[in-house]
Design a protein around this ligand. Structure first.
Ligand code: LLP
Length: 463
């Protein structure tokens, strides 16, 4: 196959590179349970149902595009993570993946803690009643106002990300007459993505304080010397969509080494380590994520082993999964608008959303699956690219997938595994109205984040 490059990148090449997409599934009507939320089924008519409600009804009641979130699946995943890690560890859901007040209430009820990384997320968490001591506050450049608010609220921990912040948080805590519990975020020189990781001495990124050149040790020294701070541990987050535990192994080893250095220098054994988030999910049938109990066992084995070797008491472990909890629990429902077949190449299927409700394909070259969900079909598979309605050729939702060749305008199609980083990264590009998030459970559907309206757009535009 010939191919020609395009200045805007490989997604725009005239011809698909060979082997770029997997072969079609044997039966396009089968919904792979790996990528769909747990209560998704096909009903007697062949239409997809979630939480016992058929998509046609959902589309009629809530419109498209819309995100449908399977509440019982979300709650089950929270419980699976909490159970897997047990009472001697803490699970912090990473709110950046998707946060709303309903989510906060479910987390609270299911016994999870919450990681927030902005004043907006903190407000959402507190407003929905998450106890402040169960909140961790992250960010590489928290404003003074945000730190004030977090300290006043009494958040359980602030994760210090820089030398300036050590002093800033200490001063604010002192001014409020409290000792703020903090962790220090260290960068351990591990960059992990999916099945690969790179371990280096230095890390070229904005987050955290490098282990290299004794920087992290110096940060610990300063934090221990300041009255406003109670240093409870060290934090490390190594990347996103990770399947291979080897990156965590290197990270844990380096963090434990730092704990041993701290003990040797200061006679203090820090009681906690946080290994961050980043655990992968299945976006397509090719992905094989690990279950929470396997992850918990692998992490706890690594830390226990490294601590035994360093003769340290094993610290309490915490983790911060975002994607792995919410990602698989939602799908985006679209209506097909136009269909443009390109003979011998592929068929463009345009839907009523696009890069404004899922920027991940354009931004990260992310892979997604798609299925015809308003009916089944026995037609032949056709190679499609699902695109949005935005004025941009990079407006791609699903790069390469197969849909039945009898697909027609008005059909409903759904993209699974859009619970994480889709609504939370949604935009108003082209004055698109951000779609609602509808929670579905046991035959009931309820809006937890409503659809934006044109009035919302005009309200911000003060004229
Ligand atoms: N903890 C920290 C300190 C983080 O920075 C992150 C993600 C997480 C936890 C949660 O990671 P998760 O388990 O959700 O992978 N927008 C990108 C992902 C950015 C993640 C940033 N930090 C995406 O759509 O793939």
């Amino acid at each position: 196959m010939s191919r020609s490059a395009h200045p805007a990148g490989p997604r725009h090449a005239d011809v698909l590179p060979e082997g770029h997409y997997s072969a079609p599934a044997a039966d396009l009507n089968v919904l792979d349970e790996k990528v769909w939320s747990r209560t998704v089924t096909r009903d007697a008519d062949g239409a997809l149902a979630v939480g016992g409600i058929a998509v046609a009804r959902l589309a009629e009641e809530f419109g498209t595009p819309a995100y449908f979130l399977d509440e019982s699946d979300f709650r089950a995943r929270c419980r699976a993570w909490a159970d897997a890690f047990g009472p001697d560890a803490d699970v912090f859901y990473a709110g950046k993946a998707f946060l709303s007040r309903a989510i906060v209430r479910w987390l609270k009820e299911e016994g999870l803690n919450l990681d927030v990384c902005s004043g907006g997320e903190l407000t959402t968490a507190l407003d929905a009643g998450m106890p402040a001591e169960r909140i961790a506050f992250h960010g590489n450049n928290k404003t003074v106002a945000e730190i004030e608010r977090a300290v006043e609220a009494g958040v359980g921990r602030i994760v210090l990300d820089s030398f300036q912040e050590i002093v800033r948080v200490a001063h604010i805590a002192q001014r409020h007459g409290v000792r703020q519990r903090v962790q220090i975020r260290v960068t351990v020189g591990v960059e992990a993505h999916t099945h690969e990781f790179i371990a280096t001495a230095h890390e070229d990124q904005k987050f955290g304080i490098a282990l290299a050149d004794g920087q992290a040790a110096e940060a610990v020294r300063r934090a221990l010397s300041l009255d406003g701070l109670e240093l409870i541990g060290v934090h490390s987050h190594i990347g996103s969509q990770i399947f291979d535990m080897a990156g965590f192994e290197v990270s844990a080893r380096r963090v434990v080494q730092l704990l041993a250095e701290i003990r040797d220098e200061h006679g203090v054994e820090l009681p906690e380590i946080d290994l961050g988030g980043g655990l992968g999910i299945a976006y397509t049938s090719d992905d094989d994520p690990r279950e929470p109990h396997e992850i918990a066992k692998a992490l706890s084995d690594i830390v226990t082993r490294e601590c035994e070797a360093a003769k340290l008491r094993t610290p309490r472990i915490s983790v911060e999964p975002g994607r792995a909890i919410v990602g698989p629990t939602a799908f985006t429902l679209y209506e097909v608008g136009t269909i443009k077949p390109l003979e011998g190449l592929r068929t463009y299927v345009s839907v009523d959303g696009g890069m404004s409700d899922n920027i991940r394909t354009a931004l990260y070259d992310a892979e997604y699956s798609v299925a015809l969900v308003s009916r089944t079909s026995d037609a032949e598979p056709m190679l499609v690219r699902v695109v949005g309605k935005h004025c941009e050729s990079g407006d791609i939702v699903v790069k390469d997938a197969f849909l039945p060749a009898d697909l027609a305008p008005g059909d409903l199609i759904a993209v699974p595994a859009t619970g994480a980083y889709c609504r939370s990264m949604a935009s108003n590009y082209n004055h698109a109205l951000r779609p609602p998030v509808v929670a579905v459970r046991d035959g009931e559907a309820r809006v937890i984040v409503r659809r934006e309206t044109e009035e919302d757009l005009l309200r911000l535009d003060v004229g």
